[in-house]
Design a binder for this molecule. Structure first.
Ligand code: F6R
Length: 241
């Protein structure tokens, strides 16, 4: 595991975008695993700027997203499909048909999750999986649990996650209670993993993930077993290490 400590969010975003750019430049038809939330927004800004500057070409890139809220469709501005279109896909020349997010509108969890697992098997190995980390140590929406879930599954979001994510919604009641998420097995199959973390509210989870025991109680701790994981974290997020 390689840990890159940076000063602040700006430096984190530039560093993470440079790593992703390296993947795209060395393999123009790469498969990127992508994340939503506040952590990667600056990274996506930097990637869009590199595209504008003519440095990056996304025309052969494919992407698979980690997760989606159940019940929200892509026109809902809180859905992760909407987030990805707004923050990255509409700003670069990726073919939208090559971008995949679990279908939050499918009320049949088994059908949705098995379709996404099949997609992940068929599309090929993810070259680089971008991750954020929840204050409770979740990755994707793999919440603290008594076992690691391998494949895409439907989760009941924990109260901690509902509290952490209500900032994006008009009220707490509006936060969906369920999500579809890639499992730990899906995530760990990526050739390389890039986790970005910033802010004091991530410090405890990051310390547990990097230095604590590998346990499903802190899902991000599984990254200790990945052969090619890079952590980019700012001073605040590293403050408990
Ligand atoms: C988002 C995701 C989540 C977030 C995590 C951190 O697709 O899978 O695991 O990465 O909740 O969210 P932020 O970056 O908003 O603190």
């Amino acid at each position: 595991m390689k840990i890159i400590k940076v000063k602040n969010y700006e430096e984190l975003s530039r560093t993470a975008a440079t790593i992703i750019a390296g993947t795209i430049l060395s393999k123009p038809d790469c498969i990127l695993g992508l994340a939503t939330g506040s952590s990667p927004v600056g990274t996506y800004d930097q990637l869009a700027a590199m595209y504008e500057d003519g440095i990056l070409d996304f025309s052969h890139v494919k992407s698979v997203n980690l997760d989606e809220y159940v019940g929200l469709d892509g026109s809902n501005d809180q859905s992760y499909r909407y987030f990805m279109n707004k923050n990255l896909f509409s700003r670069v020349n990726i073919d939208i048909k090559n971008t995949y997010v679990p279908d939050g509108t499918n009320p049949d969890a088994d059908a949705c999750c098995s379709a996404y697992n099949t997609l992940l098997e068929n599309i090929g190995t993810v070259d680089l999986q971008l991750l954020g980390i929840g204050p409770n140590g979740h990755i994707g929406f793999n919440e603290p649990a008594d076992h690691f879930e391998a494949g895409t599954h439907c989760v009941d979001l924990t109260d901690a996650t509902i509290q952490a994510n209500k900032r994006f919604f008009a009220s707490e009641e509006d936060v969906p209670r369920k999500a579809y998420t890639m499992g730990i097995g899906n995530i760990m199959r990526a050739k390389s993993i890039l986790l970005v973390a910033n802010g004091k509210n991530k410090a405890k989870a990051l310390a547990a993930a990097l230095k604590g025991p590998v346990t499903p109680q802190c899902p991000a701790s599984i990254l200790q077993f990945h052969p090619n994981a890079i952590i980019v974290a700012d001073e605040d997020a590293m403050s408990e290490l």
